[in-house]
Design a protein around this ligand. Sequence first.
Ligand code: GLU
Length: 257
Amino acid sequence: MNISLYEKFFKNFNRIIIKVGSSLLVDPHLGKIREGWMESLAQNIAALMEIEKEVLIVSSGAIALGRGSLNLMEKNLELQESQASASIGQIALAHAWQSVLAKKNVKCAQILLSPDDTETRRRHLNARATISTLLKFKVIPVINENDTVVTDEICFGDNDTLGALAANLVEADLLVILTDQDGLYTADPRSNPDATLIFEGMATDPQYAAMAGGGGALGRGGMVTKVRAATLAARSGADTLVVGGRIDNVISRLHQG
Ligand code: GLU
């Protein structure tokens, strides 16, 4: 067991952001929530709340769910189509989080951010104050990009970056990025059988950016954005874990080291 990770979870990591990618949350063929997986995550989150951890969720999935509802899973979407999909899917996404967490007696709130909210000082302070108040009331902020109002030029672009900026905004101790890959490899494991999993390193080490590749079909990120997110999160002192989230009970298993 990795004792240091285990101990950090109990002692140093109090404010934890869990970023959930579209490909984990949404079935890529059906465009519907993977309910069993989401329920196991909610159970793990409730367990963290019970030991007085503050949890924030950065959740992707709005566009994927909206596509599903419009039967557009296979299409390359135009900007307006992906914004329309996001506006449809965001309701379903917020509702799914609310109902899955309510079953564990945990309350949540929806926060939709655009770059102005982290870059303009007054809006930054407002967003921070609202999120702090939610945390004080033991309500989990469920954060996503406000996809319907951003444009290609002015957007966070991917939720790995949004997760890191949220970590800066609330001075989180830990950013956990749950992804459909097993973690960061020395090379792309889909094309290189010699690739090995990287256990620990400094995000700013340039070798990691060079090792990381692009993303999959549903979400916008990839390992590149995850390495960049880790570097950004480190600016306000947060550690980042890039974790293969396909297994059930992933957060409790991390918590157990
Ligand atoms: N905000 C997008 C959504 O909810 C996801 C962006 C990403 O894949 O990183 O669909």
